[in-house]
Design a protein around this ligand. Structure first.
Ligand code: AP5
Length: 216
């Protein structure tokens, strides 16, 4: 089962992809995580990508397509994957079609996580994660059970993403509407698009997604 999660920043793509990975053994392929790892490693491509990410702009199609192309080749993707944050432009969607064709892989479903823009900024700027195991928290919606201690691993260091600032989130939302939203009609015409209500609680969104996958 190969899936795409489409949706604006903060819609819950990462949260839901992680849940599916744990529950169904599908591999989460987050281009955002891959680009942040490349930037943290200080590679030339990573540092170039970081400049765009810090401005809330999309990274060059060529860079992203090459990163994802290499990753899909890994053996762990054979059992199925969830593309989280890719494709984000029509050019990337066309490159993905070609890539899947070459590998004789099928795209089973594209799941749009729909959201109102107003809620997204609050979700994103309140988000933080354990620096050790990356367990996610939120200032308002999910604090650690013991203040300052990660529920999952007991770590005491936490971090926030460089691009989770209010002004950057506005730019990221602009990029979503201008460059990524046109993918919705692209996939609708191919008959592979389904929608879920991302405003619902996390468990309710998971249930909607599972229903779509079970029917696919
Ligand atoms: P990326 O890392 O992909 O970020 P994004 O798309 O902006 O999405 P986020 O990770 O911010 O949000 P999400 O939808 O995963 O939500 P989450 O589950 O965390 O991309 C970052 C940057 O990298 C881009 O701006 C771009 O520069 C570059 N990039 C990446 N891919 C690219 C590509 N293909 N092409 C070009 N450039 C690319 O949830 C958010 C918060 O809400 C969390 O705190 C969570 O706990 C909470 N939450 C989730 N669901 C719910 C719910 N139902 N109710 C209440 N709270 C919830």
């Amino acid at each position: 089962m190969n899936l795409i999660f489409l949706g604006p920043p903060g819609a819950g793509k990462g949260t839901q992809a992680k849940r599916l990975e744990d529950a169904r053994g599908l591999v989460q392929l987050s281009t955002g995580d891959m680009l942040r790892a490349a930037a943290a490693a200080g590679s030339p491509v990573g540092l170039l990508a970081k400049q765009s990410m810090d401005r809330g702009e999309l990274v060059d199609d060529e860079i992203v397509v090459s990163i994802i192309g290499e990753r899909i080749d890994n053996a762990d993707c054979q059992g199925g994957f969830i593309l989280d944050g890719f494709p984000r432009t029509l050019a990337q969607a066309k490159e993905l079609d070609a890539l899947l064709d070459r590998k004789s892989l099928k795209l089973n479903r594209v799941i749009e996580i729909r959201m109102n823009d107003g809620v997204l900024t609050e979700r994103i700027i309140g988000r933080f994660a354990c620096a050790n195991c990356r367990e996610g928290y939120h200032d308002k919606y999910r604090r650690p059970k013991v203040e300052g201690v990660c529920d999952a691993c007991g770590g005491t260091e936490f971090s926030r993403r460089d691009d989770d600032k209010e002004e950057t989130v506005t730019a990221r939302l602009g990029a979503y509407h201008a460059q990524t939203a046109p993918l919705l009609p692209y996939y609708r015409e191919r008959g592979v698009l389904s929608e879920v209500d991302g405003m619902a609680k996390v468990d309710a969104v998971t249930r909607q997604i599972n229903k779509i996958i079970d029917a696919a």
